[in-house]
Design a protein around this ligand. Structure first.
Ligand code: ACO
Length: 381
């Protein structure tokens, strides 16, 4: 008998289990749509900027022009990462993945936060901490990457927003308008996604009354895995190994026949499509045309058709994000860290929501181990 038949209350992977109430975002499975605080992510990505989305998530309403201006200035003022963090990152092993470096970075930042000792139950302090966590993310990703590659971090430029600053801090070149827009859009799309694994992990962490930084480190560790955020890096490695559109159909069919997981496809919540992938795919293909390299978009089209025809599986946002970033010239190990830059907004918002109405998160389990038995002294075993 299968485990689910034996235990009707058991849901592997917590699928379908309602684990909380939120006012932050909503996935509509029927229409495959995603809203942040009621606003469709399509509209936010098309008409707004990442900072507007960050404000919307964290403060609960769309900013006025004056509020957005003030928020951008505040982010600019908070972007700086202290040298203690860079010193700690210089001690890291050169092979360490950038996601693991981010855990180091945020752990050091926690201790340097001016409100480090303020208890997690202080909602106002949490809101201020969240602003600092979000502001420093792009600086941390770019600076830790530069250190790992033997360079010094580049200071943020107060005149640039999050997307442009991140690209600038990677190599010192200010991006053109299209590159900035593409990065900004991806950040908006990656910002928030209900009770996904990393967000839930953040909520579990702070529900013990631990602090926001501990939650962020938990979120980063959870996002790193290839079944979650790490899929964007894996998807690009896969596209590179396929190499050209004429090989894509046979490659995909072969992978399916071997019961391999194809990275960047499928989703726990959506059934027909991931609307974010549509927006990102359009951008990726546009980038391909601009750069005179449509290889990745062409491979993607073939794979998407085979995956739908054979398994009714569709690309999630990680699939097109992978080749969009590749076309932007971003090193592959930075794809999941970019997700972190965006998702610090969703994580912080969820942690604040959790702490504002907290109860320890502690599920039950079914025990299938040995029945109670006598302890045997070590000399008698
Ligand atoms: N490639 C091939 N088969 C797949 C894929 C895939 N990408 N995704 C699901 N399936 C198949 C499974 O093999 C399984 O088939 P079976 O019933 O014949 O055994 C069935 O679909 C159900 O799959 P599960 O893994 O049980 O579905 P679950 O809801 O647990 O997983 C997940 C969702 C993890 C996203 C899954 O689709 C997957 O592993 N995708 C690849 C990794 C990925 O892209 N992750 C990013 C998710 S989005 C994000 O984090 C931003």
């Amino acid at each position: 008998m299968s485990a689910t038949a034996a235990y009707p209350n058991y849901s592997p992977g917590l699928q379908g289990v309602v684990a909380g109430i939120t006012t932050i975002s909503q996935i509509d499975v029927e229409s495959s749509s995603l809203t942040y605080r009621g606003y469709n992510v399509h509209e936010l990505a098309e008409h707004g900027c990442f900072e507007e989305t960050a404000f919307l998530l964290l403060k609960g309403h769309l900013p006025t022009a004056a509020e957005l201006d003030a928020y951008k200035k505040q982010l600019a003022a908070d972007r700086h990462v202290p040298h203690h963090v860079w010193e700690a990152l210089r001690q890291c092993h050169s092979e360490m993945h950038p996601m693991d470096r981010l855990k180091v970075g945020y752990s050091v930042l926690a201790a340097l936060d001016p409100e480090y000792k303020v208890p997690a139950t202080d909602g106002e302090a949490n809101r201020r901490k969240a602003d600092r966590i979000v502001a420093k993310a792009a600086t941390l990703v770019a600076g830790s990457w530069r250190i790992a590659n033997g360079h010094n971090p580049i200071d943020p430029d107060a005149a640039l927003g999050t997307a442009a600053n991140f690209l600038y801090m990677l190599d010192g070149n200010r991006p053109d308008e299209f590159m900035e827009r593409a990065m900004d859009t991806s950040l908006t799309l990656y910002a928030e996604h209900t009770f996904n694994a990393s967000t839930f992990a953040c909520r579990v962490c702070v529900a013990t009354l631990s602090d926001l930084y501990s939650g962020i480190v938990t979120g980063i560790g959870t996002l790193k895995g290839p079944l979650h955020g790490g899929a964007n890096e894996e998807a690009m490695h896969m596209l590179i190994s396929i190499g050209s559109a004429d090989k894509a159909e046979a490659w995909t069919r072969n992978a399916l026949a071997n019961k391999e997981k194809i990275m960047g496809f499928g989703h726990r919540e959506y059934r027909k499509s991931d609307s974010r992938a549509g927006i990102m795919g359009k951008l990726g293909k546009e980038l391909g045309r601009m750069k005179g390299n449509t290889t990745w978009g062409d491979i993607a089209e073939v794979m998407e058709k085979v995956m739908w025809d054979e398994k009714q599986l569709f690309p999630n946002v990680d699939f097109p994000a992978a080749y969009a970033y590749y076309l932007m010239g971003i090193p592959i190990p930075l794809y999941t860290p970019i997700f972190v830059i965006a998702r610090t907004t969703g994580w912080c918002t969820h942690m604040i929501e959790q702490l504002d109405n907290n109860r320890l998160i502690r599920p039950s389990c079914i025990y299938e181990g040995p029945a109670p038995r006598e302890y045997v002294a070590i000399g008698s075993r």
